[in-house]
Design a binder for this molecule. Structure first.
Ligand code: DC
Length: 217
């Protein structure tokens, strides 16, 4: 029987985690799960409802009546494909804000553990190696200088034909870094047994080859 293993990828926003993880999944023929997309989908729903994010009880009720699933690489919110809609700066901040609530984290972590049950997966996020799969066989903390991350995100937005201002993108990245690493509930941090991969001066292919090399060794 083939061995089942987990690859946990954590790190700040814009470090290239999802691009790298997707490519590794393809190369190793395992499933890729983008946990950030789940928080983003919930963030989108909260924005649409105009809900103030201050009440844990209200969030609990909202989570009960919210369905978030993956269909292939698409993320589905209550039956609607929202893959593109969740990639705006407003949704990024809403995702970061709602992810600070313990009730939201508990709900998402349980769903993620279930999704990764009984199969090999590569999962990326902020707390995969520390909380979701603390026993993952492979753990990487992918980071890059914030200016480099902002530049990558900026280029991505321009390529998609969106209006972007580099300074604004940098400001948002730094704000979200602060949010994600200072929240009380499972803040972004490198797991003690995770390997640090600084991609500031690395290409995507180099990062993919590095991870695949470790897993196939
Ligand atoms: O990975 P991303 O940028 O798409 O994630 C969006 C937000 O969701 C991020 O700012 C923090 C939150 N998040 C989290 O708290 N835990 C995760 N495992 C994934 C994302």
């Amino acid at each position: 029987m083939e061995e089942i293993f987990k690859i946990a990828i954590d790190g700040p926003g814009g470090a290239g985690k999802s691009t790298v993880a997707k490519a590794v999944a393809k190369k190793l023929n395992i499933d890729y799960i983008d946990t950030g997309a789940m928080y983003r989908a919930l963030g989108l729903k909260i924005l649409r409802l105009g809900m103030a994010m201050s009440d844990g009880m209200e969030l609990r009720a909202l989570l009960k009546e919210t369905q978030i699933d993956f269909r292939g690489q698409d993320i589905i919110l209550d039956g609607e494909v929202v893959s593109d809609l969740i990639r705006t700066p407003e949704v990024s901040m809403a995702a970061s804000d709602c992810s600070a609530f313990p009730i939201v984290r508990e709900h998402m972590v349980a769903a993620q553990q279930k999704m990764g049950e009984s199969k090999s997966v590569i999962m990326d996020g902020r707390d995969i190696g520390t909380v979701v799969f603390p026993d993952a066989k492979y753990k990487f903390f992918i980071t890059a200088d914030s200016k480099e991350r902002a530049l990558r995100r900026y280029k991505e937005l321009v390529e998609k034909g969106q209006n972007a201002v580099y300074e604004q993108v940098l400001k948002e990245i730094e704000e979200r870094d602060h949010n994600d690493s200072t929240r009380a509930a499972s803040p972004l941090r490198q797991a003690e047994d995770a390997e640090l991969l600084d991609t500031t001066n690395m290409t995507v292919q180099e990062a993919v080859d590095y991870i695949c090399g470790k897993v196939m060794a």
